[in-house]
Write a new protein. Structure first.
Length: 158
């Protein structure tokens, strides 16, 4: 049974212009989703949307500040006016406590993770793609940490 045809599905990715969000946008486009690259940095979002279209994907850029309710409302009104739907919302925008990424910090952090290495954007995007897939149709109410075991291990010393 086919629940969803990715080519008819629309996704909006906040923080979509860079990093994990950009990788999620690439993965969604590669699987046929129409993707809205939503970001505060509109020129960067436009650049990624252009790249995705050049690669055969369906993508548009939109300015979005997730901290401003009016911006969120306007973005979704725009998506609704163009696509009449938003099937998938990926919240990748945010602010994290940032530490200097020195070699010493990376080594200490890696020791705290059972897998003993940093993850990469493709690994995060793979988890998002699972949640957007038919295979996850019965998955609900679950937290899915994609952190190399960091939380499960009690953050081993950090």
């Amino acid at each position: 049974m086919t629940l969803h045809n990715p080519s008819s599905r629309v996704a909006l990715v906040t923080g979509g212009a860079k990093g994990i969000g950009a990788e999620v946008c690439r993965s969604l486009c590669a699987r046929g989703f129409k993707v809205w690259v939503a970001d505060l940095d509109l020129p960067q979002a436009q650049s990624l949307a252009t790249e995705l279209r050049q690669d055969g994907g369906r993508a548009e850029a939109i300015a979005l500040d997730v901290a401003q309710p009016d911006s969120v409302e306007a973005a979704f009104a725009h998506v609704d006016a163009h696509d009449q739907r938003c099937d998938v919302l990926v919240n990748s925008a945010g602010i994290a406590k940032v530490f200097p990424h020195t070699e010493q910090f990376r080594a200490e952090y890696a020791k705290a993770i059972p897998m003993a290495r940093y993850g990469n954007t493709q690994e995060i995007a793979a988890a998002v793609m699972y949640l957007c897939s038919e295979e996850a149709s019965y998955t609900t109410g679950v937290a899915l940490p994609v952190d190399g075991g960091f939380l499960a291990s009690g953050a081993r010393g950090l």
